[in-house]
Design a protein around this ligand. Structure first.
Ligand code: SF4
Ligand code: SF4
Ligand code: FES
Length: 339
């Protein structure tokens, strides 16, 4: 006789939680809380239990408990997620230590206390990049009639409106990690949503800031934001749309970012690969390159890592095929823009 399979429904699990109170702690540390957890419990419920029964000072944010408000984002086993929609038992598969779940604040934002981060810089960036619609409707008509848009237009930014500003994408963004002034993926997404709205009156102003330093051209296309968006929003599509819009409306010589993209395409067209030694000059000009790149160039020469001079960069085999593919892509792009 075979015994019926007994499914484990409870387990002792340790939550290793980041702790830091900048007012009294010299540096962050980790506390471990072993608790018995039933299957079906979320990380947020486990944290609530710890706060109620073990450590009342443990600080974290939560509100809706349903993946709607975005306040409970944190890094669970080193990945940014919403604690209220993350099942403890699912996380056991990703734990570095058996039955130990690591809980930390989201990255790239200053910690106020424990798992609570300061969102002020995000709010500041939403302000800087006009993250709202400034209505074209004359003031005397406001409140008297609706200002509708076509369904087809709404579809353009429908997905972007799902953003709950949880900052998980900001936490995972490689560019934000390197440069805290960077616009961030969440703010790019918000700007796109407003930029695509035909009722908005400040497109040009917004686009002007978006293409400036720390803006849309600084994104490195690592796709991490999109991979980790808790609402599965295609953030990269928004970033591409802003760039296309910038190139169409402001031309390719407008900013270093646009010039960089243009130089990139030209190299691929000509040789099928990049002429790296000339990219900084074509992007930022000779004087900027001499001033900013010379020290690095010396270091690279010392280590034997300088890119080959332009005359040594030969065209890749099959360059003719590549050129005709690019030509085809360009003509498709042009006909799409004229639709
Ligand atoms: S694709 Fe751009 S915005 Fe997204 S994570 Fe990478 S650098 Fe950040
Ligand atoms: S884009 Fe996604 S991950 Fe980023 S803030 Fe919005 S919902 Fe959160
Ligand atoms: S508590 Fe609102 S999203 Fe988690």
């Amino acid at each position: 006789m075979t015994m019926p399979e007994v499914k484990e429904e409870k387990r002792e699990i340790t939550f290793r939680v980041y702790r830091f109170n900048p007012q009294i702690d010299a540096s962050p540390f980790y506390d471990e809380y072993p608790i018995t957890v039933e299957k079906g419990i979320t990380v947020l419920r486990a944290l609530n239990y710890i706060k109620e029964h073990i450590e009342p000072r443990l600080s974290f944010r939560s509100f809706c408990q349903a993946g709607i408000c975005g306040s409970c984002a944190m890094r669970i086993n080193s990945v940014s997620k919403l604690a209220c929609t993350t099942q403890v038992w699912d996380e056991l598969a990703f734990a570095d230590r058996e039955n130990v779940i690591l809980v930390e604040p989201i990255a790239n934002l200053p910690v106020i206390r424990d798992l609570v981060v300061d969102m002020d810089s995000v709010v500041g960036k939403i302000e800087k990049y006009f993250g709202w619609v400034e209505s074209k409707m004359p003031e005397n008509q406001m409140g008297k009639k609706e200002f509708n848009i076509a369904e087809a237009e709404f579809k353009l930014y429908d997905a972007a409106t799902d953003c709950i500003l949880c900052a998980s994408c900001i936490s995972e963004c490689t560019m934000t990690k390197a440069n805290k002034e960077y616009i961030t993926p969440a703010v790019l997404l918000k700007s796109y949503r407003m930029e695509a709205d035909s009722r908005d009156a400040v497109h040009d102003k917004r686009l002007g800031v978006l293409v400036s330093d720390n803006g849309v051209w600084d994104c490195t296309h690592c796709y991490r934001c999109m991979e980790h968006c808790v609402k599965h929003i295609p953030i990269m599509e928004a970033i591409h749309h802003i760039r296309e819009d910038a190139v169409q409306k402001r031309g390719l010589s407008d900013t270093p970012g646009a010039k960089h993209a243009a130089a990139f395409v030209k190299d691929i067209e000509k040789k099928g690969r990049l002429v790296e030694s000339l990219l900084p000059i074509r992007t930022n000009g000779l004087s900027w390159t001499v001033k900013n790149m010379l020290p690095m160039a010396f270091k690279m020469t010392k280590k034997g890592k300088t890119p080959p001079p332009p005359f040594m960069v030969k065209a890749v085999p099959g360059i003719e095929n590549l050129r005709s593919m690019l030509k085809e892509l360009k003509s498709r792009g042009n006909s799409n823009h004229h639709k």
